[in-house]
Every structure is written in structure tokens, then in C-alpha cells.
Write a protein that binds this ligand. Structure first.
Ligand SMILES: [Zn+2]
Ligand SMILES: [Zn+2]
Length: 61
């Protein structure tokens, strides 16, 4: 099953859970990250292989 995750698309490549995001962690705070202070992007993570992909992407095995 796919899981919702939020990632920073900047240089820090941070990945946070939906729970963390809903808990108020919505912006990257990575020191030196190119997107520090920017909102995280919503992605889906495959529960089988761990690959992260966009919601509109069709990820199958
Ligand atoms: Zn970042
Ligand atoms: Zn997969």
C-alpha cells in the first residue's frame, strides 16, 4: 500500500511523514538547503519498494 509522505525537493532531501506534516512541520528547515523555508511537496511512497513518486504518476510492479 502506498503511503503519503512529504519531501523537500531541495538539496537536503528531507522526508517527513504525513503525521509530522499535520503536526505543523510543513516547511524545510535544513541548514544550507536550497529550499530552506519552502513548503514540503506531497508525494506517495510505495510500501513495497520504498520508491517516492508523484501522486499523478502510475507506479506499478
Ligand atoms: Zn530542504
Ligand atoms: Zn514500488
Amino acid at each position: 500500500m502506498n503511503k503519503i509522505v512529504y519531501i523537500c525537493v531541495g538539496t537536503c532531501k528531507a522526508e517527513i511523514s504525513e503525521e509530522q506534516y499535520k503536526g505543523g512541520l510543513t516547511k524545510c528547515g535544513g541548514e544550507g538547503c536550497t529550499l530552506k523555508g519552502h513548503d514540503f511537496a506531497k508525494r506517495l511512497k510505495c510500501g513495497e519498494c520504498g520508491m517516492i513518486f508523484k501522486e499523478e504518476e502510475n507506479h506499478t510492479h
